[in-house]
Design a protein. Structure first.
Length: 197
């Protein structure tokens, strides 16, 4: 009972992985914001161009903008700030376009092309925590499910820590297999004694 901690790591074999296409977010809010801004700017510019074609003077904001762009130097603070803002907005939009999003969903194995299933990482953590609490000697458990690794911290109030850890390894390995994930994450188990008060 002098041992205070016990840890183990498990790396899944490569042949246990299956196809793991991540779920893509629809990203409605950024798309709606960009569409609204582009629509408003294009509509305003089109209205002003049509009014100039109808022999009316150009809008004041357009004349001011043209004058400012013609007279300001490229190293002006406002020009640099506008360029940086446009660059950051463009990078943000490109990142949103090429990344899947929905990081909280783990893809599950597909038995057929008609159906795709996923489980939330928080739900997987609850399932594994409940399984770990059924191991004899385990007092409390904290589980964090990542996309590539599952980390488990447990407190054991009796039994040898190595025995509790090996039981947790076996139970959690079965639990991960039963989750039916397309790509089995690695498992890291840390077992310790409760701190004395």
């Amino acid at each position: 009972m002098r041992q205070s901690t016990s840890t183990a790591r498990y790396e899944p074999r490569a042949e246990e992985d299956g196809p793991a296409d991540r779920f893509w977010s629809e990203r409605r809010l950024p798309a709606a914001l960009v569409a609204a801004v582009v629509l408003a700017a294009a509509g305003l510019l089109l209205y002003d161009i049509a009014s100039v074609r109808a022999d009316r003077p150009a809008a004041g904001w357009r004349r001011d903008l043209a004058d400012q762009l013609a007279t300001r130097q490229l190293d002006d603070a406002w020009i640099v700030a506008g360029a940086v803002a446009a660059l950051l907005l463009g990078v943000w939009l490109v990142v949103l376009a090429v990344t899947p999003g929905l990081r909280r969903l783990l893809p599950m194995r597909q038995d057929g092309p008609e159906m795709r299933a996923g489980i939330e990482r928080a739900a997987a953590a609850v399932v594994l925590r409940d399984r770990a609490l059924n191991v004899s000697g385990v007092r409390t458990v904290r589980v964090i499910v990542g996309r590539r690794r599952i980390r488990v911290w447990a407190q054991a109030h009796f039994r040898e820590l190595d025995v509790v850890r090996s039981d947790l390894d076996a139970v959690l390995d079965d639990g991960i297999r039963d989750l039916g994930l397309a790509r089995r994450p690695a498992l890291a188990v840390f077992v310790r004694r409760p701190t004395k008060r």
